[in-house]
Design a protein around this ligand. Structure first.
Ligand code: UN1
Length: 496
């Protein structure tokens, strides 16, 4: 069994207490993946202090030079994509095609943010007084505390690390306790790419022992969190008294709207990918499909028949399409929702744990579809984070939009229609952070803003250049070269 360590001030070290914990393959819990430091506030303290010291040097490294390290990291990730993807399938459970995509997303983000090193544009603008110059620049903020989830174990750490670093900040990252290997692989890659010591520090462990002290530490100036809305609320409250920049990326209850003029086969493929891809464990997952009554029957039949053909199993098998739930507790949550759903709607397919043969050693659940789900049902309102899709009939575009918007979340939505006018109306009226036309709710690209409205987020966006606003602060600079005291808003300009 491999012993993994924390990364603090450029050294790989055990937890200060010496405590460890283990992780297991969710597709086969007989396989222990390694032991990890069970860290606490003392380890966080050391990591934050190292990051604070490193910040004084790193912030002065020219951004294009910082970016070259990210570029080299991207090049190394390209070479290591396959082994990293395999390790990720073992620790997270999703199928190889998807873990390759996860590593690819980290590669894309690294290249993208490397490019930002030569931009990080501010504005230059005329001043209102003569012989005066005005501009705005992005300044770095300081130590960033990054708390990342298990569903995208390398992509999401990269979404936070790369913009934080290119902006000149230093970082303490706490990966999800169940998927630290992918974050360790990413940090090792950055180290090999030449990142100076202390610039990134990684602390393994659990939320209350590691996440909480990061979020409350006075020297941590930015908190970026991806996880549940419930935990996000606690994180935001804990970060508030010290006025940290606080970026929250939380739950979703995303919708695909299928209108009566849609290409039904295309919509079915989109619903399968959005609902069952990553075993439904994406915050962008399409857990609701609102279908026009005129095509409801046809859609439901095709969707059910396609879902029944999905091969479920260990994601390392290239023929498998859907892996397990990530953990026993996640599986239990999903099974509980399935029970709730049985009382609220019609179970069309699935609904059970799979325990045949070796599947019994993992957390496998059948792809599950409920039909005729009332929009107010719990399974149509609450985030399940599993392979469970609610089919909701509707009678019009307007009703589909009302149902689509009628949840507490606002991450992603999609419409299938051949009518450009209806597509534009939905694009305008869906109050979400991401919207797709004739494509599923998942599959955001790294150079566009990512995030959502309502209980999904707190107004920030990661990815794209929007992420720079989380990890930098504007400074407006005025240079008066008139050689006399000039007073803005007071002096009257009298001409030459
Ligand atoms: C997430 O589920 O937290 O758009 C991220 C997508 C992926 C990212 C999902 N590129 O589905």
């Amino acid at each position: 069994m491999q012993n993994y360590l924390n990364f603090i001030d450029g050294e790989w070290v055990p937890a200060h207490s010496g405590k460890t914990y283990q992780t297991f393959n969710p597709a086969d819990t007989r396989q222990c993946l390694g032991s990890f430091p069970d860290s606490d506030a003392a380890d966080v303290e050391a990591a934050v202090e190292a990051a604070a010291r490193a910040y004084e040097r790193w912030r002065l490294v020219p951004a294009p030079k910082r970016a070259e390290i990210l570029f080299r990291a991207a090049e190394l990730l390209v070479q290591r994509k396959e082994p990293f993807a395999r390790q990720m399938t073992e620790e997270m459970g999703k199928v190889l095609k998807e873990t390759r995509g996860d590593v690819q997303e980290a590669i894309d983000m690294s290249y993208f943010m490397a490019g930002e090193g030569r931009r990080l544009y501010g504005q230059t603008t005329p001043a209102e007084l003569p012989s005066k110059f005005a501009m705005s620049i992005r300044q770095s903020v300081g130590v960033c505390g990054l708390i990342t989830p298990w569903n995208f174990p390398m992509a999401i750490p990269s979404w936070k690390l790369m913009p934080a670093l290119v902006c000149g900040n230093t970082c303490v990252i706490k990966p999800a306790e169940s998927t630290p290997i992918s974050a360790i692989n990413l940090v090792k890659t950055l180290q090999e790419a030449g990142l100076p010591k202390g610039v990134v520090n990684l602390v393994c462990g659990h939320g209350p022992q590691v996440g909480a002290p990061i979020v409350t530490h006075p020297k941590v100036r930015v908190v970026s969190f991806t996880g549940s809305t419930e935990v996000g609320r606690l994180v935001a409250q804990a970060a508030a008294p010290t006025f940290k920049h606080c970026h929250m990326e939380m739950g979703g209850k995303n919708v695909i709207m299928v209108l009566d003029d849609a290409d039904i086969d295309l919509a079915v493929e989109g619903a399968v990918w959005g609902g069952f891809g990553t075993t439904g464990q994406r915050c962008t997952a399409a857990s609701r499909v609102v279908v026009h009554r005129k095509v409801y029957q046809e859609f439901a039949e095709k969707f059910v028949s396609r879902a029944r053909k999905i091969k479920v199993g260990n994601g390392l098998d290239e023929t498998v399409e859907m892996g397990p739930s990530h953990s026993e507790s996640q599986m239990q949550t999903v099974l509980n929702y399935i029970e709730i759903g049985k009382g609220e709607a019609e179970l069309l397919t699935g609904g059970s744990r799979l325990t045949e043969g070796d599947l019994r050693y993992g957390y496998f659940i059948e792809p599950t579809i409920f039909g005729n789900v009332p929009p107010t049902a719990r399974i149509a309102q609450e985030e399940i984070f599993g392979p469970v899709v609610a089919l909701i009939p509707c009678d019009s575009l307007e009703e589909a939009i009302a149902i689509g918007n009628g949840v507490e979340y606002g991450l992603s939505a999609a419409i299938y229609t051949r009518d450009v006018n209806r597509a534009f109306i939905a694009m305008r009226d869906m109050y979400t952070g991401i919207f797709y036309v004739n494509s599923s709710t998942i599959g955001a690209e790294v150079h566009l803003p990512f995030g959502g409205t309502k209980n999904t987020g707190n107004g920030h966006r990661e990815a794209g250049i929007a992420a720079l606003d989380i990890f930098s602060e504007w400074k407006s600079i005025y240079i008066d070269y008139s050689g006399r005291l000039q007073k803005a808003q007071i002096d009257e300009y009298k001409g030459e």
